[in-house]
Design a protein around this ligand. Structure first.
Ligand SMILES: Cc1cc2nc3c(=O)[nH]c(=O)nc-3n(C[C@H](O)[C@H](O)[C@H](O)COP(=O)(O)O)c2cc1C
Length: 176
């Protein structure tokens, strides 16, 4: 069977208009400093046990930190200006390793101590259950060991922050 070669650039461009829910994946490094990145390559996998997966680039600094710590936090962001600024910052290549969350309101997760972003729609604490090779990414499966869902009384955004067409968006209803 013949196959059409698909270049990385063509594949990236072809997926450009799809939407991903923007999250922050974070863990504590060896010295206790947080490592964090913006990620959309994640999803929930299983309810029993509760599992999520996230695909981390093999060169992302957080990938090595998660391998070391064995835990990570995933904060699924809401659509508000502060969360959008956080997402932009944590996707910025070359930012300093230290102080990555200095400008990001966050708190330690009660189970793992990993940083949870304040105001997230859903904040999960995970222990690494499995790691699978995935080309230039590693697929990290996490068992959810702690969870805090959005508190509407907190007054933060109720809609997800999405990334599509190289910009940040949120949902709008579509009526037939
Ligand atoms: C919207 C968006 C989604 C991203 N999703 C992922 C992802 O799922 N996995 C990943 O490894 N990198 C993803 N990235 C890229 C990382 O956020 C970026 O490379 C990060 O700055 C790497 O951190 P580092 O410099 O500490 O290694 C995404 C970037 C953007 C803008």
């Amino acid at each position: 069977m013949s196959s059409t070669p698909v270049s990385p650039e063509a594949f990236r461009d072809a997926t450009r208009l799809l939407a991903g829910h923007v999250a922050v994946v974070a863990t504590l490094g060896r010295g206790g400093a947080p490592h964090a990145i913006t990620a959309t390559s994640w999803t929930w996998v299983s309810l029993d046990p509760p599992l999520v997966l996230v695909c981390l680039h093999e060169d992302a600094r957080v990938s090595e930190a998660v391998e070391d710590s064995g835990t990570f936090a995933l904060s699924a962001l809401g659509a508000d200006p502060a969360s959008t600024a956080t997402a932009r910052w944590l996707a910025t290549g070359g930012r300093p390793s230290l102080g990555q969350l200095d400008r990001v309101p966050h708190r330690p997760g009660p189970v793992t101590g990993d940083p949870l972003v304040d105001g997230a729609l859903l904040a999960l604490e995970c222990t690494v259950a499995a790691r699978h090779p995935g080309g230039d990414h590693v697929i990290v499966v996490g068992e959810v060991v702690g969870m805090s869902a959005h508190d509407p009384a907190g007054g933060a955004a109720l809609r997800p922050l999405l990334y599509s067409g190289r910009e940040y968006h949120t949902l709008a209803p579509v009526r037939a």
